[in-house]
Design a protein around this ligand. Structure first.
Ligand code: ADP
Ligand code: MG
Length: 583
């Protein structure tokens, strides 16, 4: 009875059976694991491993409630190195299924088979089996009709089973893993693989294009894996895989850190693709939060949060377009891809320019006129901070589509850029940098302008006069709901003071109650101001577009505007090949 009740917590569906059995196989040091499922796992979940195995006594003991070989004293629970430790799973499974465990210790000839049905021992016998352990769970919940009713269709249960397999396959690329469903092989994954191998095998060859490597190591915490570029974000969290000390698990603070890292990169309601491995001293992690061990707690939550945030920022800030291809800056004359397979002979002459061909941002050098010449390529001995940072080795502007989007051909693929979003990003970062350095440049207007605001907006502006002043706004109170604007932050160019002040006021209201920290308000103002400023900028020369590309490449977060919309969309050549069926 007690076991059945415990089963209620641990075993919810066939996928939870698989989870417990996989954990046991991994804890047993398996290098090869085979999983079989029949009818979505209701009729059978079987896991066979080549781990340490058990002798007769151990096998009999393993199905007893609270029998575990993984902890000896209660203090051991403070530093758990294994996936299991509660000693509940096998006892629980055996109480709600037709269960058998067959095991043979390494180096022995004969093993033991223990058969149990609905918690009653049916048979114990010697069998000749290879070293390792095989557990079969048949007819799950055959004796618990209430539970059985909650199982979904075979298809649904199977999708959970596959997901469970996949999660463990990601966490353990070193282990060879095979999945057989209804007697057909679904996965056959080689052992001693890398995470990258596994990602390709499980998600398709193109996956790596959308991922950046995460590699952050601190004394206390290391965060590794892959983070999805903003353009690969999804409407749900189904492709977020987080592992804590090798255990698939989440914690609220990790979710928060992820949200914060991507906050300005992807729109609200979208979620990044993530494969994150957080490793820390087991003594710092409490895994005993819930019987299913899905959630953990960190003793030093802040440090973990900071590490995850820093790891993601590092990964996303290096502005190459993809994890696998960061093109070095082209030196010398630019060459097109060798294997061009078609040449259009009468295209308008537009040379690709080595990238970037302009002086690094900040130097504010004049634009070179005319198309690229060799002199514009930075000499090899010149300190060129842009090397390896630019998104592409070279690029050229092909034209414009839809009256807005700029089309670029680059060394890595075809890029569509939204110049408004790009401008916003560039302006925003420039503005924020000035604010943080306390060096905002203010530019006086030719003639002061009177701006009338709504009563609410007026109140917000009036409350924040000092802050606005520090941020380069020259605003004075004209009484009522009117203000006189005689200066704007210089980086906003010649935008209309009415639009800028209006949108700044609106976001000040939002900033106020939300923590009210000065930094938050500054960021809000900067975002709103930049949004308002780009609207005014409606025509661009090719040279200005080039400058924009260079500026964008130097941005910390080049792929999205400060509101999370993409600034550019890259179609890599490999993606095009796939789409055209050439791969
Ligand atoms: P826990 O994993 O929490 O210890 P379980 O009920 O899952 O509890 O397993 C009980 C014990 O049975 C384990 O501690 C382990 O000693 C043994 N055991 C279970 N599965 C295997 C296996 N695949 N190989 C070797 N030993 C196993
Ligand atoms: Mg276990």
């Amino acid at each position: 009875m007690v076991n059945k009740i415990a089963a209620g917590e641990v075993v919810e569906r066939p996928a939870s059976v698989l989870k417990e059995l996989l954990e046991n196989a991994l804890d047993a040091g398996a290098t090869r694991i085979e999983v079989e499922a029949i009818s979505g796992g209701r009729r059978l979940i079987a896991v066979t491993d080549d781990g340490v195995g058990m002798n007769r006594d151990q096998a009999l003991l393993s199905v007893e409630r609270h029998a575990t070989s993984k902890i000896r004293e209660v203090d051991d629970i403070e530093h758990i190195h294994t996936l299991g430790f509660r000693g509940e799973a096998l006892a629980a499974l055996a109480s709600v299924s037709r269960f058998s465990i067959t095991s043979c210790p390494r180096g022995e000839e004969t093993g033991t088979e223990v058969a149990i049905s609905a918690g009653k021992l049916r048979d114990v016998r010697e069998v000749g089996v290879p070293p390792g352990t095989r557990v079969e769970v048949r007819n799950l919940f055959h004796n618990v009709p209430a539970r059985r009713k909650f199982l979904r269709t075979d298809q649904t249960e199977l999708s959970h089973v596959r997901q469970m397999f996949l999660v463990h396959a990601l966490a353990h690329p070193e282990v060879a893993m095979r999945l057989v469903v209804d007697e057909r092989e679904v996965y056959q994954l080689a052992g001693e693989a890398t995470l990258e191998d596994r990602l390709r095998e499980l998600f398709g060859r193109g996956t790596m294009d959308g991922l950046r490597r995460v590699d952050y190591r601190d004394v206390e915490v290391s965060v590794t894996g892959y983070a999805g570029l903003p353009r690969t974000s999804r409407g749900d969290r189904s492709e977020q895989y987080v592992f804590v000390n090798g255990r698939p698990a989440g914690a609220p603070i990790i979710g928060n850190a992820i949200r914060e890292a991507y906050q300005t990169l992807i729109p609200k309601g979208r979620h990044p693709v993530l494969f994150l491995f957080i490793d820390t001293d087991p003594a710092q992690v409490d895994v005993n939060v819930h019987p299913t061990k899905k959630e953990v707690r960190f003793r030093r939550a802040r440090e973990v949060r900071d590490s995850v945030l820093a790891a993601l920022r590092d990964a996303l800030e290096t502005s190459g377009p993809a994890a696998t291809s960061v093109a070095p800056l082209a030196e010398g004359p630019v060459t097109r891809p060798e294997e061009a397979r078609l040449k259009i002979t009468d295209l308008p002459e537009l040379e690709p320019f080595p990238y970037p061909r302009m002086a690094p941002p900040g130097a504010e050098a004049p634009l070179p006129a005319g198309p690229a010449d060799d002199a514009a390529v930075p000499a090899p001995d010149q300190p060129s901070h842009a090397v390896g940072k630019g998104p592409w080795g070279w690029c050229r502007i092909l034209g414009q589509a839809g009256g807005l989007y700029v089309i670029l051909e680059t060394s890595d693929g075809v890029v569509l850029m939204d110049p408004h979003a790009a401008h916003e990003r560039v302006n925003f970062e420039r503005f924020m940098r000035q604010i943080l350095d306390r060096k905002v440049k203010s530019q006086g207007l030719l003639a002061p302008e009177t701006v009338d605001l709504s009563p609410q907006d007026a109140l917000a502006v009036r409350r924040n006069m000092d802050l606005l002043g520090e941020m380069g706004f020259g605003v004075s109170d004209f009484g009522g709901d009117s203000f006189i604007v005689d200066a704007l932050p210089a980086c906003l160019g010649n935008s209309s003071s009415e639009t800028v002040l209006g949108s700044v006021a609106a976001s000040l209201e939002r900033a106020g109650p939300r923590g009210g920290t000065e930094h938050w308000a500054e960021e809000q103002i900067a975002r709103a101001a930049c949004k308002a400023s780009v609207k005014a900028n409606d025509s661009l020369k090719t040279e200005e577009i080039e400058q924009l590309i260079v500026d964008l490449a130097a941005a910390e977060m080049p792929y999205t505007c400060p509101h999370g919309r993409p600034t550019m969309i890259l179609m890599s050549y490999s993606e095009l090949e796939r789409k055209f069926g050439r791969a």
